[in-house]
Design a protein around this ligand. Structure first.
Ligand code: NAD
Length: 496
């Protein structure tokens, strides 16, 4: 076996090992025998060095004109474009999703680069009137300062790009900890920014797991935490930030639903359901884990949905024709399987799947079959909790209002979708579904970078990534008044 390649942290513009010298392995989820590399297991002392570097770089970076900052981001976007194919291939080896999807992941980072680069020439504030004569009023954006970014593994480049590019254009300096299952994609992303000309210390990469993340969250000189991941961890992050009054943006899980009305284009709805439930092996925060189908078409939809799901080709994501890759790791596969067992015990009917996919060629990967439950009571745990795997629940309903009630009856509120040809149902769904995203005649998955992304209820804490709203996470507002009257003017005080 070839010697494992050792990768490094990137701190203050230098590639360095963890101070403690410890490393952790990263394997290919489609073939656990394939070691991708060893990565630094960073401790609080490494986080400290990264914060110091980010603090050191901040005074200069914040004063670089935003259009110049935008040019570096644009250059990074162009480099990502140039290397798209090799980055996508590497990401499939590391994360497992099929090549078509990892190309999309890199593309999303390219899109975000182009979008954020343009913000360098906008970062609009307001100019407005004043209630007093000879007084000028405006609002401007200011950077927050040293920011900690913590990301999950399911979008190894797209999610870091949603944070890093807007944070940089706003003038912040960063300490970035990617998920321990996808450190190489993150490292390549940082290399691209280094090559694009980002000054030393502006972006610092520290690898590691939960304890490294915790050290970032707890670091007293980090002013902002931007976290994407599970609700369980998000809650811990939010608690600490609440106590220390640290600015904090949380993007967390979902239990997303698709409604299919009797009048829908059935073929389209089926296509959307298969893609929404089993794309990325169900490991998307926006994955369709509940499908509500109106009585009258339920049996037909069920039959066809099962038939199409059975045909999904499972395997290593680099192989041609493969449609669904493995789960990210053994722990996640066990977790998915535990949920299937819970569903069976709760009395739901397992229609297909519910098993490790172990046929020839898949023995060494964390593969799982597409799994469909019917006979699901919406109160069951499988219909309420995020499973994050290729498992979905098919439920029938009578009236649109019944579907709406069940869709909203979960603690999450990320994405949702309605298939119908009736404009009235569409408008009602848009108005009444409690979610940050609603698609009409499209699946629950598929974001675009220039629109706000995030959710309501337990999915988030009120922020939105992407779009212009991302700037509100990564900048502080300042109101500015310029009084050119030459005398003391008092707002709200009556003149005697
Ligand atoms: P996770 O919460 O286990 O880990 C996310 C990140 O937090 C990782 O980098 C991890 O190392 C770090 N971490 C773990 N414990 C920590 C702690 N105590 N303090 C600080 N950091 C800690 O999530 P995951 O398994 O990597 O990702 C899957 C989850 O992410 C799902 O719930 C999914 O819905 C969610 N997600 C949400 C969005 C969104 O935008 N809403 C997008 C993608 C994924």
């Amino acid at each position: 076996m070839a010697r494992a390649q050792k990768y490094l942290n990137y701190i203050g513009g230098r590639w360095v090992p963890a101070k403690g010298g410890k490393t952790f392995p990263n394997v290919n989820p489609a073939d656990k025998k394939e070691l991708i590399g060893l990565f630094p297991e960073s401790g609080p002392e490494d986080v400290d060095r990264a914060v110091e570097a980010a603090e050191g770089a901040f005074p200069e970076w914040r004063l670089i004109p935003p259009p110049r900052r935008g040019e570096i981001i644009l250059e990074a976007g162009l480099l990502l474009k140039e290397h798209k194919e090799e980055l996508a291939r590497l990401m499939t080896r590391e994360m497992g999703k099929v090549l078509r999807e990892t190309r999309g992941d890199v593309q999303e980072a390219i899109d975000m680069a182009l979008y954020a680069a343009g913000e360098g020439r906008r970062l609009f504030g307001q100019t407005t009137t004043s209630e007093l004569q000879n007084k000028f009023a405006m609002s401007i954006r200011m950077p927050v300062g040293v920011s900690g970014l913590i990301t999950p593994w399911n979008f190894p480049m797209a999610i870091p790009s949603w944070k890093i590019f807007p944070a940089l254009v706003c003038g912040n300096t960063l300490v970035f900890k990617p998920a321990e299952d996808t450190p190489l994609s993150a490292l390549k992303f940082v290399e691209i920014l280094e090559k694009a000309g980002l000054p030393k210390g502006v972006l610092n990469l520290v690898h590691g797991g939960p304890s490294t993340g915790e050290a970032i969250v707890r670091h007293p000189r980090i002013r902002l935490i931007s976290f994407t991941g599970s609700c369980e961890v998000g809650r811990l992050v939010g608690e600490h930030c609440g106590k220390t009054l640290k600015r904090c943006s949380l993007e967390m899980g979902g239990k997303n639903a698709q409604i299919v009305m009797k009048d829908a284009d059935l073929d389209l709805a089926l296509e959307g359901a298969v893609w929404g439930a089993f794309g990325t092996t169900g490991q998307r925060c926006t994955a369709t884990s509940r499908i509500f189908v109106q009585e009258g078409i339920f049996s037909k939809f069920k039959r066809e949905f099962i038939a199409r799901s059975r045909r999904i080709k499972i395997g290593g994501g680099l192989k041609k024709g493969i449609e669904m890759g493995p789960l990210i790791n053994e722990v996640q596969r066990e977790r998915v399987h535990d949920y299937v067992e819970i569903g069976k015990k709760e009395g739901a009917k397992l229609e297909i799947g519910g098993r490790f996919a172990r046929w020839k060629g898949l023995e060494r990967g964390f593969f799982y079959e597409p799994t469909i439950f019917t006979g699901v009571n919406p109160k069951m745990r499988i219909a309420q909790e995020e499973i994050f795997g290729p498992v979905t629940c098919l439920v029938s309903f009578k009236r649109f209002e019944d579907a709406l009630r069940m869709v909203n009856d979960v603690s999450y509120g990320l994405s949702s979708s309605l298939y119908s040809r009736d404009v009235n149902s569409a408008m009602n769904a848009i108005r009444d579904i409690e979610a940050g995203i609603t698609y009409v005649n499209g699946p629950t998955i598929g974001a675009e970078v220039h629109l706000p992304f995030g959710g309501v209820k337990n999915t988030g804490n009120g922020h939105r990534e992407a779009g212009e709203t991302a700037l509100d996470i990564f900048s502080e507002w300042k109101s500015v008044f310029i009084d050119y009257s030459g005398k003391l003017q008092k707002a709200q005080i009556d003149v005697d």
